[in-house]
Design a protein around this ligand. Structure first.
Ligand SMILES: Nc1ncnc2c1ncn2[C@@H]1O[C@H](COP(=O)(O)OP(=O)(O)OP(=O)(O)O)[C@@H](O)[C@H]1O
Length: 236
């Protein structure tokens, strides 16, 4: 199986308190999954570990079949990973919306003209062209989320880590996001408390427990889903 993320026996603590142990997770190429669990159980922490923003304490992590043993090894993977932070204010790289969305594209070396065109298309796709000249810090919470999302999507990452992507979005925008994520042919890990949303977007939902992840739902492929007792095709 071609895997974007492969985690084995990961254990994590924060401030000396064990959040979970023995987390094992495979996210295959183009698979969309969600991670749920109560406040403070460590969902964001897990995304940070996958993104290389937090060191791995115990266990192993491979991204695209490459072992990630140190934060340095994540550097070669950064361009493949798009991370939407829970707090959009942590995401912005430039004060004006269109400059912020184009920032990483320009940093990757594409021409100003191409970056401008791609940015305009991205803003249009998300229905936020009217925000192009606005100051990011003057936007509403939902508008900030959409601009941050535009900055992630425009890089066409192979793995997207989305932390509470629907926070602050009204119903019309949630539906637009469901449509956009449905069209994306990439691996996506969504952390969310928004059950109705994730059920429409992902194939599997994993719940974090102190003793690992349990796959609570497999919505799109009922006959081939994961159980703690092993992975094999079967039906109930
Ligand atoms: N920078 C930090 N320093 C110390 N402890 C932290 C830090 N950030 C988070 N924590 C703690 O780590 C634990 C896990 O936090 P995390 O943000 O991963 O949880 P979460 O499952 O994403 O929660 P939520 O659903 O509320 O977003 C919490 O107890 C939190 O207080």
């Amino acid at each position: 199986m071609s895997c974007s993320v492969n985690i084995k026996n990961l254990s994590t603590s924060r401030d000396g308190v064990r959040l979970y142990e023995n987390v094992t997770l495979d996210v295959s190429h183009k698979e969309k999954i969600a991670i749920i669990g109560p406040n403070g159980c460590g969902k964001t922490t897990l995304l940070e570990i996958i993104a290389g923003l937090r060191p791995l304490e115990e266990g192993t992590l491979e991204l695209f079949h490459q072992p990630m043993n140190s934060l340095d090894e994540f550097k070669s993977m950064r361009h493949l990973i798009g991370y939407l932070f829970q707090d959009s204010d942590n995401q912005f790289l430039a004060p004006v919306v269109e400059d912020d969305v184009a920032f990483s594209l320009l940093a990757s070396g594409i021409s100003k003209e191409e970056a401008k065109l791609k940015t305009a298309m991205m803003l249009q796709d998300l229905g936020i062209s009217h925000l192009a000249k606005k100051i990011v810090y003057h936007l509403s919470g939902g508008e900030k989320k959409l601009v941050a999302l535009a900055g992630v999507l425009i890089m066409e990452p192979k793995l997207m880590l989305l932390d509470e992507p629907t926070n602050g979005l009204d119903q019309a925008m949630q539906l637009r996001l469901i449509d956009i994520l449905g069209r994306i042919d990439k691996s996506i890990i969504i952390v969310s408390h928004h059950k109705e949303f994730i059920e429409l977007v992902v194939e599997k939902i994993y719940e974090i427990t102190p003793t690992g992840l349990s796959c609570s739902v497999n919505l799109k492929n009922e006959s081939n889903h994961h159980h703690d007792h092993g992975d094999h095709p079967h039906s109930h």
